[in-house]
Ligand binder design. Structure first.
Ligand code: 3DU
Length: 216
């Protein structure tokens, strides 16, 4: 994934035809497309390969299991054509190390969730987020996911992860600002509903890219 636009589309539609149309439409304005359970369960695992014709695909499976099961999930995602897989870190070092090992086998990236962007993340994740960021570094992961809804947390997480990649969801529909997240240290912002629900997703994506350009 080359850092060009600093924007990742979260493609949480469930219909294959719509997913392909939106991907085609916004491809010029995104560095990657993040696909999660909604689209994979709606359209099948083959959708990863289909969408990777438009942009590198990040499989957001938030893998959270014992090492063997985590390995099987990462292996299937990379084999389907994903360039990166998002995993949880709270399952501990052994599960995470196994994901990183599989990632290396495929020359793919493993990205670790630290603190999520929604309000409920403050219940359990926030107190452990910096520890999760440290674990991501120690395990050899390529990057972390940090909340655009709390730029101050992105800043703290950046201090811990050094030059690892930070991808940051929560822009737009969840109230976060793309410019603020980038200024706080995110490499990429992740935007879903604001783009795919827009009357013109391409124009919306372009608007976010311009906003990021202005703040650099
Ligand atoms: O709120 P949006 O529609 O822009 O979508 C955000 C996407 O990022 C969505 O796929 C969600 O599952 C994912 N995500 C978060 O929102 C927050 C996280 O901490 C991690 C992933």
């Amino acid at each position: 994934m080359s850092k060009n636009k600093n924007l990742i589309l979260a493609l949480d539609v469930t219909d294959r035809t719509r997913a392909v149309a939106i991907s085609k439409d916004v491809a010029d304005y995104v560095d990657a497309i993040k696909i999660g359970y909604p689209l994979v369960l709606g359209a099948g695992l083959g959708i990863i390969n289909t969408i990777s014709e438009f942009a590198p695909v990040i499989a957001d499976f938030k893998v959270a299991d014992i090492p063997n099961t985590a390995k099987l999930i990462c292996d299937l995602a990379f084999r389907a054509g994903a360039g990166a897989v998002i995993v949880h870190g709270f399952t501990g070092h052994d599960s995470l190390l196994e994901c990183v090992r599989v990632g290396r086998e495929y020359r793919g990236d493993i990205l670790v969730v630290t603190e999520m962007s929604h309000p409920g993340a403050l219940d359990f994740m926030a107190p452990e987020a910096l520890k999760l960021a440290r674990l991501a570094v120690e395990s050899g992961a390529c990057g972390v996911v940090a909340p655009a809804t709390r730029p101050e947390r992105v800043r703290e997480i950046r201090r811990i992860v050094g030059d690892l990649t930070i991808i940051s969801p929560g822009v737009g529909a969840q109230g976060g600002s793309a410019a603020e997240a980038i200024r706080a240290g995110a490499d990429y912002v992740i935007v879903g509903r604001s783009i795919y629900n827009a009357r013109n997703p391409r124009i919306e994506a372009e608007k976010i890219v311009r906003e990021i350009e202005m703040c650099r």
